[in-house]
Ligand binder design. Structure first.
Ligand SMILES: NC(=O)c1ccc[n+]([C@@H]2O[C@H](COP(=O)([O-])OP(=O)(O)OC[C@H]3O[C@@H](n4cnc5c(N)ncnc54)[C@H](OP(=O)(O)O)[C@@H]3O)[C@@H](O)[C@H]2O)c1
Length: 279
């Protein structure tokens, strides 16, 4: 599993991690097994959020006894992101996750509280050792500019954003901004939240051809494409161990320039959107 520096967090993380939204779709037992299998195979970046129902508790069970292996990320909901609310939300997440610290804590999306208030709370949590770094999610370039003024240079570890083959809007401005400011870009919903290009579509056929040539699967090829630039990470969600195994297999894959160019052509970038797309 390839690892790389995670923005300003001062730590490495695997390029392929694990999402947990609706992780219990196949039952809690399978979810815990899937997460543990993912950890065994190096997908130690685990992404969760207070919003994801009982996902934090499931993650807590899955990482029990192996906390030090994990790069653990959770998120505060915008409606809780006041100075005091952020601290309390983090403490509740830590309890559900059965741990004393998060590796990174994110503002899930922008809400009504001033960024300064949320970031002050993040800094307080950092000083207290309850989080080791912090970042944002669903932030467009104008939000990132404001955030970097409010939080101070070099403070934002990552921006977690929607990114899959058929939704590449971040490549217009968000990805270049993050590259220039050494902010990790964590792409969420890499399989389009369950709408992966079908085998009978031109894009699906191309992925299959590249996969066959590489001894890989179309999903592994897609994941590898999504982490082809240095600040990129991806966090597919798998509720079943077999899916986790397949996803982890992308962590050692290498695509040629020609393969990357053909995927680029089959899933075109499209024009810049007026607003950053989100799920
Ligand atoms: N920051 C944000 O606002 C935000 C928003 C959305 C998501 N996220 C994060 O990003 C993570 C990933 O996004 P997502 O869960 O929306 O969607 P996703 O990862 O694009 O897709 C998940 C779907 O793909 C399936 N899948 C996974 N691996 C597979 C494989 N190898 N073969 C076949 N199917 C496979 C899953 O099935 P099974 O579950 O049955 O294995 C599930 O149906 C989330 O879980 C969450 O942690 C963040």
């Amino acid at each position: 599993m390839e690892r790389r520096p995670f923005g300003h967090a001062g730590r490495d993380a695997p390029v392929i991690g694990q999402g947990t939204w609706h992780i219990d779709g196949g039952g809690r037992r399978a979810a815990v097994q899937a997460l543990r299998r993912g950890l065994d195979l190096g997908m130690t970046h685990v992404d969760t959020a207070e919003m994801y129902g009982d996902a934090e508790e499931i993650v807590g069970e899955a990482i029990d006894g192996r906390r030090d292996e994990v790069f653990l990320v959770s998120k505060v909901l915008p409606e809780n992101a006041s100075r005091r609310g952020t601290v309390l939300a983090c403490e509740r997440s830590l309890e559900r996750l059965r741990t004393d610290r998060l590796d990174c804590y994110l503002l899930h999306w922008r809400g009504r509280y001033p960024l300064e208030d949320t970031f002050d709370a993040f800094e307080r949590l950092r000083r207290d050792g309850k989080i080791l770094s912090w970042g944002v999610s669903n932030f467009d370039v104008s939000d990132l500019d404001e955030a970097s003024k409010a939080g101070g240079a070099g403070r934002i570890a990552c921006n977690q954003v929607l990114y899959h083959l058929e939704e590449r809007a971040i490549e217009h401005a968000v990805l270049p901004w993050c590259e220039a400011h050494e902010v990790a870009v964590v792409g969420y919903a890499p399989f389009g939240h369950g709408s992966f290009p079908g085998p009978d579509t031109p894009g699906g056929r191309l992925l299959r051809r590249i996969a066959d040539a590489q001894g890989a699967t179309p999903r592994q090829v897609a994941l590898r494409f999504l982490v082809r630039r240095p600040p990129l990470f991806t966090i597919p969600k798998a509720s079943r161990p077999a899916h986790a195994e397949e996803n982890a297999g992308a962590g050692g894959l290498r695509l040629s320039h020609a393969e990357i160019a053909s995927i680029d052509e089959a899933f075109p970038l499209g024009p810049p959107p007026r607003e950053l797309p989100t799920l």
